[in-house]
Design a protein around this ligand. Sequence first.
Ligand SMILES: Cc1cc2nc3c(=O)[nH]c(=O)nc-3n(C[C@H](O)[C@H](O)[C@H](O)COP(=O)(O)OP(=O)(O)OC[C@H]3O[C@@H](n4cnc5c(N)ncnc54)[C@H](O)[C@@H]3O)c2cc1C
Length: 238
Amino acid sequence: MIEIAPLPWLSATIVGITPVTSRVKSFRLAVVFDRPALAGQHVDVRLTAPDGYQAQRSYSIASAPSTDGTIELMVEGLAQGEVSGFFDGVAEVGDTIEVRGPIGGAFVWRAEDGGPLLLVGGGSGVVPLLAMLRHRAEAAPMVPALLLYSVRDGTEAIARDELIRRARDEPGFDLMLNLTREGGRRIDATLTDEALARLGRPRHAYLCGANPFVSTASELLVEAGLSPGTIRTERFGG
Ligand SMILES: Cc1cc2nc3c(=O)[nH]c(=O)nc-3n(C[C@H](O)[C@H](O)[C@H](O)COP(=O)(O)OP(=O)(O)OC[C@H]3O[C@@H](n4cnc5c(N)ncnc54)[C@H](O)[C@@H]3O)c2cc1C
């Protein structure tokens, strides 16, 4: 039997903090993994209080694969959130935290996987999809891709300007921004059917967000005729 050693906890230094929306901040971490992170992967973050109490949560990597020794996380501050509350209100540039990773084998897209690529994100679930789009732009710009991004309103849309700019400037990338409180709708067949009509039949579909969002989106795509084998999901809880 082959024994797989657990990933080690590593010290990561926060080297940059940037507001993304009123509820989400971007954190640039300096950390050296023993392998480069792939688009779609996440890290585990572990915080330790002075009395030894520990809390551990997962956060997707927003940055494209790189060898510059940093990764970007985007964390939504939740009311009474134990770990997101630390990121939202306590964390400062220069702080060190523990991370381990990169983690995740199924929810990964590499340039050589090709497309068409359908990305469906709800709320902060767009974060790993952003990494895939950034990777696509750098490594496989000819791969057709569509992001259906559902979020409450324009002020809560993560990387909104970047996504709009990419849709304008990058041939083959199409953006459907669905603002549920600004004339949009909860994810339904009208939205997924429009996404499939605009993109064509995807070779890969990646769905990420809160549990109910991912379940609904996944059912809609299967009802629309996608084979379950083409659909990969990442659930943030909630
Ligand atoms: C693979 C993976 C990747 C993730 N990537 C990201 C990411 O990139 N950015 C990000 O902001 N989060 C991400 N999450 C969610 C993250 O791991 C935490 O669950 C989230 O930050 C809440 O943790 P907390 O300690 O602040 O809240 P807790 O103290 O655990 O909970 C506080 C309150 O928030 C509720 N809650 C917990 N999780 C959620 C949620 N996801 N949505 C809504 N309500 C919730 C709880 O029910 C509770 O009422 C990811 C989760 C997974 C499994």
